[in-house]
Design a protein around this ligand. Structure first.
Ligand code: GLC
Length: 729
């Protein structure tokens, strides 16, 4: 939608003046309150027009914009929304003009798309963003994504995905911010505020969509689209918090999930869609179903036929039907038969119209068709993408081999070394491999010595014919940088893997190049935690770069050369092996101590835990100091800790504050993240970090009804291995 401030102001003035002069209907009068305009428009709509508003089709993309134009000619212009996959706004404007000029009421279409981690400027996957512990920086990336999306004709992104995930076999763990409700909530709110800005109708703002509501990450055994066993207690203390944070941040929409939530699928779940979202949280936007998820109620054994699937979904509180085209053929009969009340239809229509009015679509239905050079891959956007990639990478091991020393001759080996597409990961919008800078290209321009290259092997398979060349290249160099990892298609939707270890060929390549007797730095590009039991011991350094986006190469180069000091900390636990899954930091204490109930054949602790990560400098933590060691429900105390950078490099350190409630009427995890702060600490300098403890916010727990419970007693404030007791009277 075209949103030039001056143009909008003049246009709004013009519309208001015109409304007065021509007695335009109130819903077209921008000077009136949104709720007034909604009621006026609703009162004019036929049932068919209302049902069309609740429906979303797709306007597909292909190379020939005329085909889009053809498709735009056959779609019904009364449709409420289109899932829009195109690189520019041309066919959007063609379709929108039909909606504005060929229909009785001229209700604009809202165009949605999966801008998940960038539209064309692709930045790190959300799992990597979580590892940056920098929601503000992630928000800057979302602003870039919003601008590029809006300029391409998109009003609404199906993002952020805020599913808590603790099973790395699940491919969509890549798409969320990790295993912790508090960290994910921080990114949820930051992303919503960034996408939507201060005012949805302003330039650079698009509607956000919290997804997948709710509990999708609990998919059994990491398979996709399956049953999820989630108790009400776990629903409230683990899966709902990031959605509540996003709703409080003002998210305009949510997307209902595929998964069957303990017997009631997310797209027909009255408890989550109405009792929680609409009644308890008072959400005034709308919920769109996930792709075909209304129709899938039949597969899931909830509905015997399409009409009943529609009846269950709309009555549960779903508002818009994504692309399975079931509302239009069935809803009218369901209303006539009294199976769906008109009040529910009207409520859904109000919600959708409300978002359209807030977006300013009635006044600004069209998008200015700017040339690509003015709207994508802009220098400032690339800089944000690179900075976020740098801050998301996690140094897991370093035996004094990083940063690389000037003049060192580098052997860059492995299937990931020259890959570009795999750096983008899944759900990479309209991103293109040719936009990405490979690790080889990024490193080659960053060092003053030649970078020798050998592929060594493919991502998988058994062809070891490249090993000899790889060992030769390693022998001729001072240090090996071995680039391993996952193909982009190994994670994302419908991309579950039964084993989170890399294919043996990659592990064998590591063993082979080790024979050259040179230090080996292993870079891992992946969309999930990996089993590193045969990699980490063999490597002198391990850097998890995730899927870093189009600036992955330059970001890797900055870290390897020491231009950037690694500051990423894991947003998800790395299990020792697949057999440990699920394993996550905020588990409940077992009934017996740490000596019993453990595996006989492997350790029962993870390979690398949530929050872990190394830097090139060391940080010396002081003791936790308290303004008081006791408090009451209506008082607050402050905890402080001073951290000193005792290394010779400036660095950003994240202090992670956890709370432990040792005894509670509902058992609590061994510790829960409740506050964090990332700050630059100059070499040799110190910073004092504070955590103001608000009992109801930080010490309470939520029960199975969603009510916050605060119980007197002892609590512990924990930072790293420091633990102090406080007493709530
Ligand atoms: C997909 C995904 C969802 C996405 C939607 C539209 O199946 O589950 O995350 O937003 O369909 O593409």
């Amino acid at each position: 939608m075209k949103k030039i401030l001056l143009f909008s102001a003049v246009l709004a003035f013009g519309i208001a003046a015109e409304a007065e002069s021509k007695d335009l209907p109130p819903y077209k009068d921008a000077s009136l309150p949104v709720e007034t305009r909604i009621e006026d428009l609703l009162s004019r709509m036929t049932l068919d027009e209302k049902i069309a508003q609740l429906s979303q089709y797709s306007l597909g993309s292909n190379d020939n914009v005329n085909n889009n134009g053809e498709m735009a000619k056959v779609l019904p212009p009364e449709i409420g929304s289109l899932l829009y996959t195109a690189d520019d706004a041309v066919s959007r404007n063609v379709m929108q003009r039909r909606a504005m000029e060929e229909t009785r009421l001229g209700i604009p279409i809202i165009f949605g798309y999966d801008t998940i981690h960038g539209f064309r400027t692709i930045y790190p996957i959300p799992l990597a963003q979580g590892a940056s512990w920098n929601p503000e920086l992630a928000g800057e990336a979302c602003r870039v994504a919003a601008q590029e999306s809006e300029d391409a004709g998109i009003d609404w992104t199906f993002s952020p995905m805020v599913d808590i995930a603790r099973d790395p076999r699940w491919g969509r763990i890549a798409e969320g911010y990790g295993e912790d409700p508090y960290l994910t909530s921080a990114f949820s709110a930051a992303s919503v505020r960034a996408y939507q800005g201060e005012d949805l109708s302003m330039p650079g703002s698009i509607a956000a969509c919290l997804k997948h509501y709710v509990g999708y990450g609990a998919s059994e055994a990491g398979r996709d689209y399956v049953f999820t066993e989630i108790s009400r207690q776990t629903l409230w203390d683990t899966y709902l918090p990031p959605f509540e944070a996003g709703v409080k941040a003002g998210a305009a929409t949510l997307m209902s999930s595929f998964n069957d939530i303990s017997g009631t699928p997310g797209s027909a779940n009255h408890y989550t869609l109405t009792e929680v979202l609409k009644d308890k949280w008072q959400h005034e936007g709308f919920v769109v179903s996930d792709w075909y998820s209304v129709h899938q109620l039949i597969n899931q054994g909830m509905a015997p036929d399409e009409a009943t699937a529609v009846e269950y979904a709309i009555n549960a509180g779903l508002d818009m039907d994504m692309v399975d085209n079931l509302f239009i053929p069935h809803l009218k009969n369901l209303v006539d038969e009294g199976r769906v009340p008109m009040e529910r239809i009207d409520d859904a229509v109000r919600r959708i119209l409300r978002v359209k009015f807030m977006l300013g679509l009635f006044e600004n239905p069209y998008t200015e068709e700017k040339p690509e050079s003015e709207r994508i891959l802009l220098p400032g956007s690339l800089e944000v993408a690179k900075e976020l990639a740098v801050e998301s990478m996690v140094l897991l091991k370093n035996e004094d081999v990083l940063p690389l020393k000037p003049g060192q001759e580098i052997a860059l080996i492995g299937p990931m070394a020259k890959s570009c597409r795999d750096l983008l990961g899944s759900w990479c919008g309209r991103g293109r491999a040719e936009d990405a800078v490979s690790i080889f290209d990024g490193l080659s321009v960053a060092v003053d010595t030649p970078v020798r290259y050998a592929a060594g092997c493919d991502f998988e398979g058994s062809d070891m014919s490249g090993f000899e060349e790889a060992v030769k290249v390693a022998s001729e160099s001072d240090v090996v940088v071995l680039c391993l990892g996952e193909k982009y298609s190994w994670s994302g939707e419908n991309a579950s893997r039964s084993n989170i270890a890399l294919p043996g060929i990659q592990e064998n390549l590591l063993k082979a190049v080790k024979k050259a007797g040179k230090p080996v730095v292993v870079l891992l590009a992946s969309g999930r935690p990996l089993d590193l039991t045969r990699i980490a011991p063999e490597a002198d350094a391990v850097l998890e770069i995730w899927q870093p986006g189009i600036m992955g190469g330059p970001a890797v180069a900055e870290i390897l050369t020491g231009k950037a000091n690694p500051s990423g900390r894991l947003s998800v636990t790395f299990p020792y092996t697949t057999g440990q899954i699920p394993i996550y930091y905020n588990q409940r204490n077992p009934a017996r101590g740490s000596s019993q109930g453990r595996y006989q054949d492997i350790p029962s602790t993870p390979m690398y835990e949530f929050g872990y990560g190394l830097s090139y400098t060391d940080y010396e933590y002081g003791e936790i100091e308290l303004s008081s060691d006791s408090l009451t429900a209506d008082s607050r105390i402050t905890a402080r800790i001073t951290v000193k950078n005792i290394g010779d490099m400036d660095g950003k350190e994240t202090v992670q504050w956890y709370i432990r409630d040792p005894y509670s009427t509902v058992t609590r995890p061994v510790k829960e993240l409740r506050h964090f702060e990332k700050r630059l600490i100059p070499a040799g300098g110190s910073c004092t970090f504070e955590f103001e403890i608000d009992p109801m916010r930080d010490l309470s727990f939520v029960d199975c009804k969603g009510d916050r419970i605060l119980e007197p007693g002892d609590y512990y404030v924990i930072v790293k291995d420091r633990k102090v007791r406080i007493t709530l009277k």
